[in-house]
Design a protein around this ligand. Structure first.
Ligand code: TTP
Ligand code: MG
Length: 357
């Protein structure tokens, strides 16, 4: 029996729900995000994307690019409710579902395509069903494995339905840049490029992984296989926990609130990239702060929904940081907060998230 994996990703998820719940928003640029001065865009409708607005952009910048957009604050409870609804619709088709985020999942559909005159018809059926029940549109990719399925769902977004058939894996991958390989970050990309490997086809030209070993070490086999469209990873319905973090020791102590905020932004960005690359979701965010006298304090918070999103990590880290500052100042006599800030020199800040793998 041939293996078929489907990857689904809702189109402009939060923004589409806002358009659904407010029919007068339909056809207009809708931007969902934190509305404070340092708020960021969580997502925006495809109408807003035409103005250059995108996820993780500061709201202030979005407002410059798209001044007439409709700006709304996220309603997480509603998005979670819709997410549950979509997951239960998909569960009617198969119990083998691996959720990746609030709007994204892998489905193991091997064997099912025979019931539907092929994988495309199966994808169509799931898309139609979700639309009929919720009024929302998913982009779907069907392929012989996870790597290709995820790639496929992104090829024709929005409202995509792309099948990568058996035998065409290499041909479809050939012109794509090597950074599309799962696990190839900027560092590995640079090394591969220096070795003359820019596109998948450059790796496909190798008979095996041996000549990649000096460049990428023990990642060579996986990179060679993925570039050739080979990926045996199963769809995992229950995921284990592991942890991923980002930390930095600074040459100069961090004393300024805005500098700390900037560092958290940077950490959140790194963290979400690392998670996404590994198909992981964080469910607890923790921060660790070390002062110049080497005392270390940490705080953590469990997220309502596991996430791989930069702004979720950033907002949570900032919340924890502000709480930490409050805790510290509350022990001090009134009026000392400023002094404390300049004394509380941070030499190390860590943002860490514990994940499902
Ligand atoms: P995505 O699937 O990345 O984005 P999307 O569904 O809005 O748009 P599309 O898939 O069509 O490109 O993320 C799903 C939801 O997660 C998104 O609607 C809002 C939220 N999100 C954030 O809150 N912050 C982010 O940085 C990203 C990328 C998404
Ligand atoms: Mg999406």
């Amino acid at each position: 029996m041939r293996r078929w994996i489907m990857h689904v990703d809702m189109d402009a998820f939060f923004a589409s729900i806002e358009q659904l719940d407010h029919p007068d928003y339909k056809g207009h640029p809708v931007i969902v995000g934190g509305l404070s001065s340092r708020g960021v865009v969580a997502t925006c409708s495809y109408e807003a994307r035409k103005f250059g607005v995108h996820s993780a952009m500061p709201i202030s910048r979005a407002k410059k690019l798209c001044p007439d957009g409709i700006y709304v604050y996220p309603r997480m409870d509603r998005y979670k409710e819709v997410s549950h609804q979509i997951f239960s619709i998909m569960k009617e088709f198969t119990p083998h579902i691996e959720p990746l985020s609030i709007d994204e999942a892998f489905l193991e559909v091997s064997g099912m395509s025979t019931m539907y005159r092929g994988p495309k018809a199966l994808g169509r059926a799931i898309k139609d069903r979700v639309f009929e029940e919720t009024g929302l549109i998913i982009s779907a990719g069907l392929a012989p494995n996870k790597f290709l399925a995820k790639l496929a769902s992104d090829l024709d977004k929005p409202d995509g339905l792309v099948v990568i058939p058996y035998g065409r894996e290499k041909e479809i991958l050939a012109p794509l840049p090597i950074k599309r390989i799962w696990g190839v970050g900027p560092h590995t990309e640079k090394r591969l490029k220096a070795g003359g490997f820019h596109l998948m086809r450059h790796i496909q030209a190798l008979p095996d992984e041996r000549s990649l070993i000096p460049i990428v070490g023990n990642q060579a086999r996986r990179i060679w296989e993925l570039a050739n469209g080979i990926d045996e990873r199963p769809v995992e319905t229950d995921r284990k926990i592991q942890s991923i973090g980002a930390e930095e020791t600074y040459e100069e102590d961090l004393t300024d609130g805005s500098a700390i905020e900037l560092e958290f932004r940077y950490f959140a960005n790194r963290l979400s990239k690392r998670l996404r690359k590994r198909n992981l979701l964080g469910h607890t965010v923790s921060i660790k702060v070390r002062y110049d006298d080497f005392t270390t304090v940490s705080r953590q918070k469990r997220l309502d929904t596991p996430s791989d999103h930069e702004h979720v990590f950033f907002e949570t880290a900032l919340l924890l940081w502000n709480k930490l500052m409050q805790d510290k100042t509350s022990k001090k006599p009134k009026g000392k907060a400023k002094e404390l800030e300049s004394l509380g020199a941070t030499t190390k800040v860590q943002a860490k998230a514990f994940m499902y793998s």
